[in-house]
Design a protein around this ligand. Structure first.
Ligand SMILES: Cc1cc2nc3c(=O)[nH]c(=O)nc-3n(C[C@H](O)[C@H](O)[C@H](O)COP(=O)(O)OP(=O)(O)OC[C@H]3O[C@@H](n4cnc5c(N)ncnc54)[C@H](O)[C@@H]3O)c2cc1C
Length: 522
């Protein structure tokens, strides 16, 4: 855990003693990662050499210039949920933006907000709801950074209506050499923040793409994000307290429908028709295990209910209708939905029934996700199987078909929790124009189960590529699997990395490591 001689003092001179630490009591906390512990045991291996807390873009620039001068590496983080935020070598510092937590501007008329890196969704939503606006929040939880999430995937519960990561407007981006680049309208004098594009070439794709650069191309320090209309109460209508809470939206403007279909393909056809009819705010197939995890107040309760529940919950679509313009919009959309359900032989789950009581929380989750922390509890580890497809609804559902045999194999070995429902989380984005499937799995917090998980994950990416389908999350080294099947894009990304970060100081293994990974050990 070391920095080159003089580097710590140089950082201290810029930030002040109180905003840098190499105390193991502090740095240890940044060395652990929930998922890596059970996969390749990297977690906990390297503490960062220091953690720094900048307060401004200028301080971030100074830190990055010092890293270049002294040649050590840095990782910019948001709230540290993702694996690429832990160091994998001893000379790495973490740039933690906890002091950069302000909403700089909330422009009600032009419907956007300008945020610093540590502003969370809960924070931004609370402010934007006060003026009848909102933003979609990811299942990662509303506690994550708006900026980090938009740089990574930016796909949220309301993506059906509000769109999939269409929200990044202008940004301030500190490049890996410490220079400041303003992109979008902020790049033009006095043009401010309102627009994601600009005159001439726009480099927004370099900070975003499928899963962003994961801190491998410098640090974004300000971002304008699009806000969307919201007809709900000015204060989020939560009733009760954790672990027993729910939302209570005005019934004339918000309604959840839970619909059971005979097959996944019928469910998919209904989704297409919902998209063609341009109705609904949120549309998701809900996975059985997380629906139950969300409804269980304790781990014990989950395990008591799971053996029976997994037989009951299958092919269930949650459709949240919202009267954005008036209650009549909701009434109209309900009529259209009734017809679609009839056409595809769906069956509404009756309000107040056992399944409805368990699944209706999805309405609040679509708008402000608050239950995702419960996903981790039942088994110690949780994740999504594999390079889940991002494509048309039809394609994503077909990717789930080759994922389930891999999952089944793992639970037969006792490595994953059995899930006979084979139910996925299938999302609609942009009015069902495209979609994503996530088979949610639970597994033990041990190395054997972790190995099965990571091997299965890689296998699903290989299977998708074989079938010319689009897998997502080929993070870092996995890009060497997807790249050759897609015009060798990984070679181009490697060239961009070399060009922008020739000293390899910015999270060096991302977006693509310079060399392919060694073959996995047996
Ligand atoms: C249970 C679970 C559910 C998830 N569900 C969703 C989902 O529904 N939708 C979705 O979009 N994502 C989802 N994710 C993925 C991911 O965790 C999120 O995108 C999340 O936003 C990460 O936020 P964070 O603040 O913790 O970012 P971090 O984990 O801190 O950072 C994410 C990445 O971005 C880089 N980074 C962070 N800030 C900056 C910056 N200012 N400049 C440059 N690089 C930066 C980091 O180095 C890191 O590589 C999920 C993850 C988990 C674990």
């Amino acid at each position: 855990m070391s920095l080159p001689k003089g580097a710590y003092e140089a950082l201290e001179n810029v930030l002040g003693k109180e905003n840098i630490s190499d105390d193991p009591a502090v740095t240890t906390a940044y060395s652990y990662m929930w998922l890596l512990y059970s996969t390749h045991a990297q977690s906990g291996r390297y503490r960062p050499a220091a953690v720094v807390l900048p307060e401004s873009t200028e301080e971030v620039q100074a830190i990055i210039r010092i890293a270049n001068k002294y040649q050590f590496t840095y990782i910019p983080v948001g709230t540290n949920l993702l694996p690429p935020t832990i160091p994998v070598r001893p000379d790495t510092i973490i740039i933690d933006p906890k002091r950069m937590d302000k909403i700089i501007e909330l422009d009600e008329k032009n419907m956007y907000a300008v945020v610093e890196p540590y502003v969370t969704y809960a924070q931004l939503q609370a402010e934007s709801h006060k003026v009848g606006l909102s933003i979609t929040t990811p299942e990662a939880g509303s506690q994550v950074s708006v900026m980090a999430n938009n740089l990574f995937q930016g796909m949220g519960g309301m993506g059906h209506k509000y769109g999939f990561n269409r929200g990044i407007l202008a940004c301030d981006w500190v490049l890996p050499n410490g220079e400041l680049l303003k992109i979008g309208s902020a790049g033009n004098p006095n043009a401010e923040w309102f627009w994601g594009d600009c005159a001439g070439l726009n480099l927004k794709g370099l900070i975003r793409a499928d899963t962003g650069h994961c801190g491998g191309l410098g640090m974004v320090t300000k971002m304008a994000v699009k806000l969307f209309p919201y007809p709900g109460p000015r204060e989020f209508p939560v009733k009760g307290a954790n672990p027993d809470f729910e939302v209570d939206f005005p019934k004339d403007r918000f309604k959840i429908n839970l619909i059971k279909f005979k097959t996944k393909y019928k469910l998919a056809d209904a989704m297409y028709d919902i998209g063609h009819s341009e109705i609904a705010g949120a549309v998701h197939e809900e996975g059985a295990n997380w629906v139950l995890a969300a409804d269980s107040a304790s781990v014990e309760e989950f395990w008591e209910r799971w053996p029976d529940f997994q037989h009951k919950w299958k092919n269930i679509l949650a459709v949240t209708l919202i009267g954005f313009s008036s209650p009549r919009q909701l009434q109209y959309e309900q009529k259209v939905l009734d017809q679609i359900v009839k056409d595809h032989e769906g069956e509404y789950i009756e309000e107040g029934s056992e399944l409805w009581n368990i699944g209706h929380h999805a309405i609040g989750e679509a708008i402000r996700c608050g239950l995702s922390n419960r996903l981790y509890r039942p088994a110690g580890d949780f994740f999504v199987m594999g390079g889940f497809g991002f494509d048309s609804i039809d394609h994503t559902i077909r990717t789930s078909e080759f994922m389930w045999p891999i999952i089944e194999d793992a639970y037969k070995k006792g490595h994953f929790v059995e899930d006979l429902s084979h139910s996925d989380w299938v999302n609609s984005y942009q009015m069902c124009h495209f979609s994503e499937v996530e088979p949610i799995i639970y597994f033990e917090h041990d190395l054997e189960a972790g190995k099965t998980f990571i091997n299965g994950y890689v296998q699903t990416i290989i299977e998708a590529v074989k079938r010319k389908m689009m897998p997502t999350w080929p993070l870092g080294p996995m890009t060497y699997i997807t790249g050759p099947a897609m015009c060798n894009y990984h070679e181009m990304v490697k060239d961009i990395k070399k060009l922008l970060d020739p000293r390899m100081t910015s999270n060096p293994g991302y977006p693509v490591p310079p060399e392919p990974p060694p073959p996995p050990a047996e």
